[in-house]
Design a protein around this ligand. Structure first.
Ligand SMILES: *[C@@H]1O[C@H](CO)[C@@H](O)[C@H](O)[C@H]1NC(C)=O
Length: 186
């Protein structure tokens, strides 16, 4: 009892002076993914087990990640989140893709469709992709912070305001991944 109290007291004294250092988590693969369509006649269809994810003006890829608890316990210590999308199945000319955080993380990839899809949260982000034949590394720090402030789930829509495109889903074993870096204390 005394030893525990002493240890706790020591910890309380030393903790503020403990070194903070960046720690990287991942690559964390998406544990669920799908795409949904909002086109008339298409919105009830489900695509959770498809080998491809589709994005266009009316099709949205939806990715679901679990953030490390170390990150969500202190979202203000999140330094960086990098999302990597696989190369597009058919290369397209340089384009802007758009992303938006999904408000709910409870969706399941099997039943999710254009009718029951989760809503969106916060701003739409645009990311310019120069070469769609290479893995696409996207700074998703702001989106991660929005999600981390709410819990461990991070769900993200990927869309395309112009050219339609497709990329591999997690079912291929080569789907989207996330790397998170947070400041932790020794
Ligand atoms: C991407 O978006 C930027 C900023 O809105 C714009 O200036 C640029 O022309 C766009 N590029 C393409 C290829 O659409």
């Amino acid at each position: 009892m005394k030893a525990t109290a002493l240890a706790t007291a020591l910890l309380a004294v030393t903790a503020p002076f403990a070194a903070a250092f960046p720690r990287t988590y991942g690559p964390i693969p998406a544990f669920k993914d799908s795409w949904v369509s909002v086109a008339p006649g298409e919105s009830a269809k489900t695509h959770g087990t498809d080998l491809v994810l589709k994005a266009s003006t009316e099709k949205f890829a939806l990715l679901g990640f679990t953030l490390p608890s170390e990150v969500t316990q202190a979202p203000n210590r999140l330094l960086n989140c990098e999302l990597t999308l696989p190369p597009f199945n058919t290369p397209v000319a340089p384009l802007n893709i758009t992303m938006q955080v999904a408000v709910a993380n409870a969706w399941d990839e099997v039943p999710v469709n254009g009718d029951n899809r989760p809503g969106v949260l916060g701003e739409e982000f645009t990311f310019y992709v120069e070469d769609t034949r290479m893995p696409i590394r996207i700074d998703a720090t702001e989106q991660c912070k929005i999600a981390a402030a709410k819990g461990t789930g991070f769900s993200l829509y990927i869309a395309s305001p112009k050219a339609p495109y497709e990329f591999k889903s997690r079912e291929t074993g080569m789907g989207a991944t996330l790397v998170a870096t947070a400041e932790v204390r020794a």
